[in-house]
Write a protein that binds this ligand. Sequence first.
Ligand SMILES: *Cc1c(COP(=O)(O)O)cnc(C)c1O
Length: 226
Amino acid sequence: MSVAENYKRVQLKVKEAAERRGGSPESVKIIAISKRHPNESIYQGIKAGITDFGENRVQEAIQKVEEIQEAVNWHFIGTLQKNKIKYIINKFCLIHSVDTLALAEALNNQAEKNNTSFNILMQLNISREEVKHGFEAENALQEAKKIMALKNLNLKGVMGMAPWLEDIEKTRPYFKELKDVSNVMNKAGIEAPEISMGMSGDYEIAIEEGSTMVRVGTAIFGTRQY
Ligand SMILES: *Cc1c(COP(=O)(O)O)cnc(C)c1O
């Protein structure tokens, strides 16, 4: 299957899942996760109409951002070390993976120094796995308020990952929890409505539960090369 055919299929499934929750296809943005795929695959994606790409490693990401001479939106979705922030200034439309207040403060400082800002999502540890990063749902509102006070950050919403489960239907409660956190923030007057949830294996369920952005890699580009 080509990237174009895969993307078409994903678009159709996104549309159908959005309709099942009573939304329009435009209510869900597809972010094509191009990590560990060559530039050639990204160009195929651009030709097929993909506008948003996501990467999870700083070095690989900035190389691609610099090499791909097309006006596309780049998202950063991976673990970000504070000493690497300086490399990502003004390169990404959205950082999905802000997982601690300390990282938010470091991003804010670098943005201020460079007279710019970062659009960010708060990553929540909805799966509660030791290896996964993020804020705890219980503290999310309190931490969101602190992030809102950081002048050079624009908090756009939340991000989360369900655990890998054989029975994907079991991922649903995790997505519901992230949607609940988003609702709590909204009720508290925090205008940050984006909900980045759903990957190749579970994006249809995530959309049914309220996702506004899905991060789909394998279903578009195929298996990654390591
Ligand atoms: C790799 C990755 C994805 C995409 O995973 P697929 O299963 O290939 O769709 C989504 N989100 C994050 C945070 C990732 O690291």
